[in-house]
Design a protein around this ligand. Structure first.
Ligand SMILES: *Cc1c(COP(=O)(O)O)cnc(C)c1O
Length: 341
């Protein structure tokens, strides 16, 4: 199949319509067989549960083209499981994990022409999501749901090398201690847009959220987990019940331990420890790791020793190893790569 002729290095991280999406509907207590569709529009009732009470969960993963021309996904089983858990928390009927995996294969294959070439730095982003599609007006779970999965090609996150970002400790909180911070749901993003715009207006790239109960511990940003490297080269990542279990972060910890022979710690991280770290980064599917150069809390600034020029040494090693595994340039642990073609 002929690959589309796009300027892959410059497409950015934007929605771009592709040919097919996968759709399955939940009705009368069960999911239907599901099918591919060329219709990118959703038509729902004006009182649909998603529109009134925000019953929606989503996922994000990527398909990669390898040097040999194969198409693979990276640990999609973890996305399937996480979406299952997210749905349960919002009283939505979870989509079976095995069917999630089959749907990923199906929708990527159908959009094969949109999978960017190896070496372009671009990938095919996959967005699974589901929402309450039938009307509600009193507060309750809807009776009907739609599961959809579309793809959109996205460019390399870093053009011309990773530029460290500047972040600020937010005055707002992201997630309550026993709230919904650990699930991937649009509702966690709706409330993060205002703090994000406030941060941007003040000249920062991102927010660092602290734990809402004590504002003592580091949580995460609006859409990425933190990893830190200590001066004696340990990888430290915050542990909290109100952060999203990032697939990238969990994979980086494994890579640090089993590929790079480093010690790792997943534990509560106090904000007042941050000044002592050697390197810091944000991790998620979109960028893998964005290095952090500076962290502000009000007027106080922490200059991360790895600086504002590029990734720190350990961050770079972690980044290169994980992206090497994702592209099948480096041998992956058992079960991490799902070959679609
Ligand atoms: C999706 C997401 C992440 C990153 O998770 P990955 O599985 O690594 O992409 C981190 N934090 C939040 C709040 C997220 O929604």
């Amino acid at each position: 199949m002929e690959t589309k002729d796009l300027d892959w290095g410059n497409i950015g991280f934007n929605y771009r319509i592709t040919d097919y999406r996968y759709i399955s509907n939940f009705k009368d207590g069960k999911w239907d067989d599901g099918e591919l569709s060329t219709d990118s529009n959703v038509t729902i009732n004006e009182s649909a549960g998603i529109l009134q009470y925000c019953q929606e969960v989503f996922e994000g993963l990527k398909a990669y083209r390898t040097k040999e021309g194969h198409i693979v996904t990276f640990r999609p089983d973890l996305n399937a499981k996480r979406m299952y858990d997210s749905a349960k928390r919002l009283e939505m009927p979870p989509f079976p994990e095995e069917r999630f995996l089959e749907a990923v294969d199906k929708v990527v294959l159908a959009n094969e022409a949109w999978v960017p070439p190896f070496g372009s730095g671009a990938t095919l982003y996959i967005r699974p999501y589901m929402f309450a599609s039938s009307p509600v007006i009193g507060v309750k779970p809807a009776a009907e749901y739609q599961f959809r999965m579309f793809t959109t090609p996205v460019g390399p996150y870093f053009k011309g090398g990773a530029k460290p970002i500047t972040i600020t400790v937010s005055d707002f909180d992201r997630a309550a201690p026993r709230g919904t911070g650990h699930i991937k749901a649009g509702l966690n993003y709706a409330m993060s847009i205002h703090p994000l715009m406030e941060a941007h207006r003040k000249g920062f790239d991102e927010n660092m959220y602290l734990d809402a109960a004590t504002r003592t511990y580091v949580e995460e940003t609006g859409g990425a987990n933190f990893i830190f490297i200590t001066k004696d080269k340990k990888v430290v990542t915050p542990k909290s019940n109100s952060i999203l279990p990032s697939v990238t972060r969990r994979s980086l910890l494994y890579v640090a331990e089993h590929y790079l022979g480093m010690k790792t710690e997943e534990r509560p991280v106090r904000f007042d420890e941050v000044k002592d770290f050697a390197e810091a980064g944000l991790c998620g599917t979109a960028a893998v790791i964005s290095p952090i150069g500076r962290i502000y809390q009000g007027e106080t600034v922490i200059n991360i020793p790895s600086g504002m020029e590029g990734m720190g040494e350990i961050t770079k090693k972690l980044y290169d190893t994980l992206t090497g595994i994702q592209m099948c340039e480096i041998e992956a642990p058992q079960g991490w790569i799902r070959k679609i073609k």
